[in-house]
Design a protein around this ligand. Sequence first.
Ligand SMILES: Nc1ncnc2c1ncn2[C@@H]1O[C@H](COP(=O)(O)OP(=O)(O)OP(=O)(O)O)[C@@H](O)[C@H]1O
Ligand SMILES: [Mg+2]
Length: 268
Amino acid sequence: MGGSGLCVRDLSVGYGPVRAVRGVSLEVPEGTVVAVLGGNGAGKSTLLRAVSGTLPFHGGAVTGGTVTLDGRRLDGLGPGRVVAAGVSQSPEGRRVFARMTVADNLRAGLLGARGGRPARAAALRRAHELFPVLAERGRQRAGLLSGGEQQMLAVARALMAAPKVLLLDEPSLGLAPLTARRIADTVREINEQGTSVLLVEQNAALALRLASRAYVLEVGEVTLSGPADELAASDEVRRRYLGVVDEDAAAAAPRPRGALPALSRWEG
Ligand SMILES: Nc1ncnc2c1ncn2[C@@H]1O[C@H](COP(=O)(O)OP(=O)(O)OP(=O)(O)O)[C@@H](O)[C@H]1O
Ligand SMILES: [Mg+2]
């Protein structure tokens, strides 16, 4: 069971009596980008926390199901051992260590990482190549970086452990469209270098452009899944997550003077 890649089977998660994720199954085959879409409170962050072993920090626990990487169980492991097994997370809201320097933030990403000095040096080189601004600002306190730069730092920090699978929780949140696009380009580059990505996003347009497959999460359950291009074309996703109004209904309805044509809300 499990095969290669990251495999979530029938996962349920609770915060005390609150059941935040219910019977969720998904797969991130080796080398792919997979997106999870969903509105506020759908359970996206909870899903990533369950994979990364960080649920206990939030008062949550896995109540059922399994998480495996290349067939090996990850559920039940602490966050350091999940990192060692090859899965790193860039958490929601960036969470860089504001008082620490950029360089020390990157070093913090090595906690739990395998490999000796050469592997660490290579990881730092890769982070600096992907995000040159982090090399320029290495000695500055992370709290002084812009929002976009802090997001870059959060992604780079997660990459320091050279994960097989990178978990990204809303990397575009709160960023201007141009910055969000730069982050998206870098996520694609990271993937092309061989790292699988599980990308959680409210920005469905951005996520569906990057991913080969996507899952829609609603109130803790997967309600839709499939190839990203098919989901992007589905009425349901277009209406609910891409902000596209129903063109036929819109065309049939009397249009107030000066009304705008159907709009795509996201530009990211
Ligand atoms: N630490 C917590 N303690 C108790 N309940 C929580 C906790 N974190 C999340 N929840 C609840 O679990 C459910 C899923 O929340 P989660 O943060 O996973 O959603 P999300 O899809 O990431 O939402 P958003 O897009 O707003 O980040 C929500 O009902 C939320 O209120
Ligand atoms: Mg969230």
